[in-house]
Design a protein around this ligand. Structure first.
Ligand SMILES: Cc1cc2nc3c(=O)[nH]c(=O)nc-3n(C[C@H](O)[C@H](O)[C@H](O)COP(=O)(O)OP(=O)(O)OC[C@H]3O[C@@H](n4cnc5c(N)ncnc54)[C@H](O)[C@@H]3O)c2cc1C
Length: 183
């Protein structure tokens, strides 16, 4: 049940382009010290940060949605990542949008203040950001430490492998998986 709930929380956040578009239009019009505020890097770099976060959130959310549609084995991790990342990104994007708009962004002359309040919930409901982190690391440890995991192991690429200096052997890894992770 939490898979669609969390995916919906992530996807809803992608709508925060609305606040950012508004801040972009506003910063193109609003003038201080004789020029549009967008001509200050301190302002327009907030736009760059925000649109980058939004596009990254979109990509991760679409990846998680595809994983659900196609029954990938790591669905729980991807959906948790998407929920965590997109809700944090939405908060940052709306917060930046309000900052770009200054005092009027805080008032109800524009709806950014409402978007800020609405967006705050995303990091709490359907599982908090901290609980998403709990799930993400748990799923990833289980993937990597599973004996059937067959990705290339970077340890094998060392130019001077010295077994006496290494902190674990393949057998240790197996014990950690059987005892530590599931224990
Ligand atoms: C507007 C709104 C609507 C909601 N709608 C629904 C709904 O329709 N159905 C439903 O079932 N629930 C709903 N909820 C509940 C929501 O899912 C929970 O509020 C949310 O999961 C957080 O649980 P909690 O409030 O009990 O916080 P707690 O679990 O008490 O957490 C408090 C803090 O402790 C942290 N924390 C707790 N445990 C750990 C841990 N093990 N490791 C690290 N940090 C931890 C949390 O991250 C958080 O920061 C809704 C909540 C709100 C605010």
């Amino acid at each position: 049940m939490m898979i669609p709930e969390r995916l919906t929380s992530a996807a809803g956040c992608l709508g925060m382009w609305g606040a950012l578009d508004l801040a972009v239009r506003y910063s193109n019009q609003r003038r201080t010290f004789g020029k549009p505020i967008r001509q200050n890097q301190a302002v327009c770099f907030m736009v760059a940060d925000s649109i980058t976060q939004l596009d990254a959130a979109r990509a991760l959310t679409y990846l998680a949605a595809r994983a659900v549609d196609e029954n990938y084995p790591n669905v729980r991790r991807l959906v948790s990542e998407a929920k965590r990342f997109a809700t944090q990104a939405a908060w940052d994007i709306v917060n930046n949008s309000m900052q770009i708009m200054g005092g009027i962004g805080y008032t109800d002359v524009y709806p950014v203040e409402r978007a800020l309040r609405d967006t705050r919930l995303g990091m709490i409901w359907t599982g908090t950001t901290q609980i998403m982190n709990l799930l993400i690391q748990h799923e990833y440890y289980n993937e990597v430490l599973d004996p059937s995991y067959d990705r290339r192991q970077m340890e094998n690429d060392a130019t001077h492998p010295d077994e006496s200096e290494r902190c674990f052997t393949d057998e240790d890894m197996l014990n950690v998986f059987e005892g530590g992770i599931h224990g």
